[in-house]
Design a protein around this ligand. Structure first.
Ligand code: ES4
Ligand code: ZN
Length: 319
């Protein structure tokens, strides 16, 4: 559906479509362990978050130069614009690239070549959010934050992603304190595969303004009550939840119950190249399968701008 919307949960590396992956592999002379795009697509059968992450990190090998990151971001922005996205807050995973020997500047400058002209070229305003890999150490996250200081004019906030269970938010307390001291906005993945207690910890220990996923809050009525009272936005990703088997089938997704409970939900695409759809596809899927009313869909679109890091005057232009 192409209702104007903001996308608040989108990993730019998760927008790498098989065709672009092979094009970049050729350009950079990187061998991929798949014969062609068809064989690669067959690998998109995931058991859980980790089985997806294995492929997600493997394919990043084709991203080598500023131009690669620019092409990746431009391809995403064009697709997003075609599905009604007017504003995108884009995650990237610096450590996934620096551990392969890339400079942080290659990643940020490359992305910026696309993001800096996105309003003019695609009609999409953007923000960049740097995520720490929670299955890497807190020291590595802190080094990454320090390395990012020269680029802070281009980075709006920090996030926390990758394998959740066993890596509670508290592990990154000091990093988030340092990020806040630098004036960065804070979000974190919590309650995707991890327990409701991780959501509480992300709010209380990391001081996050939004919770990415937050799906498992539904197991804790007191937490739901708090999230409603404090109007904490949740960036849900319905197609992702199905592909990673967090919910069995889309028809059983808790989104309608979450809206009925008064939670401030948004609908997003997460890793659209892997999970079968961009933001508009996620809207279409929940409309068709969950039978949301037009009023609910308008609420989701409105929430996406309200929960964004746009200033009030910018937000109005988006609607
Ligand atoms: C991710 Cl779906 C998801 N969850 C956690 N971390 C991620 N990184 C990229 N996609
Ligand atoms: Zn995510």
């Amino acid at each position: 559906m192409s209702v104007p919307k903001a996308e608040l949960h989108l990993h730019i590396e998760g927008t790498l479509e098989p065709e672009l992956a092979f094009e970049l592999a050729d350009r950079n002379r990187v061998e991929l362990p798949y014969a062609d795009t068809e064989e690669l697509r067959k690998a998109y059968q995931f058991e859980d978050l980790q089985s997806f992450l294995n492929l997600y990190y493997e394919l990043m090998a084709v991203l080598r130069t500023e131009r690669d990151f620019e092409d990746l971001a431009n391809a995403y922005l064009a697709r997003a614009a075609a599905q009604g996205v007017r504003h995108a807050e884009i995650f990237f995973d610096p450590q996934a690239h620096t551990k392969r020997g890339l400079e942080l500047g290659t990643v940020v400058e490359g992305l910026w070549r696309a993001l800096g002209s996105s309003e003019a070229n695609h009609g999409v305003s953007t923000r960049l959010i740097m995520c720490f890999l929670r299955d890497d150490s807190a020291e590595s996250a802190m080094e990454t934050l320090r390395a990012a200081e020269p680029y802070l004019d281009r980075i709006t906030g920090v996030g926390l992603d990758s394998a959740e269970v066993g890596h509670p938010p508290v592990k990154f307390r000091e990093v988030y304190e340092a990020a806040a001291a630098l004036g960065l906005r804070r979000v974190a993945h919590a309650g995707e595969e991890g327990p409701p207690a991780y959501i509480t910890e992300a709010l209380d220990v990391l001081g996050v303004e939004r919770v990415d996923h937050g799906l498992r809050c539904m197991e804790d009525p007191a937490l739901v009550e708090r999230l409603v009272r404090e109007r904490v936005p949740l960036t849900l990703c319905p197609l992702s939840n199905v592909r990673l088997r967090t919910v069995d089938v889309l028809a059983e997704h808790p989104l309608p119950a979450m809206l009925d409970a008064g939670l401030m939900c948004t609908v997003n695409s997460d890793d659209p190249a892997y999970f079968g759809g961009y933001a508009g596809d996620n809207f279409d899927a929940v409309r068709q399968t969950l039978g949301l009313t037009d009023e609910r869909l308008r609420e989701l679109a409105r929430n996406s701008f309200l929960a964004s890091f746009l200033e009030d005057d910018e937000e109005l232009r988006g609607q």
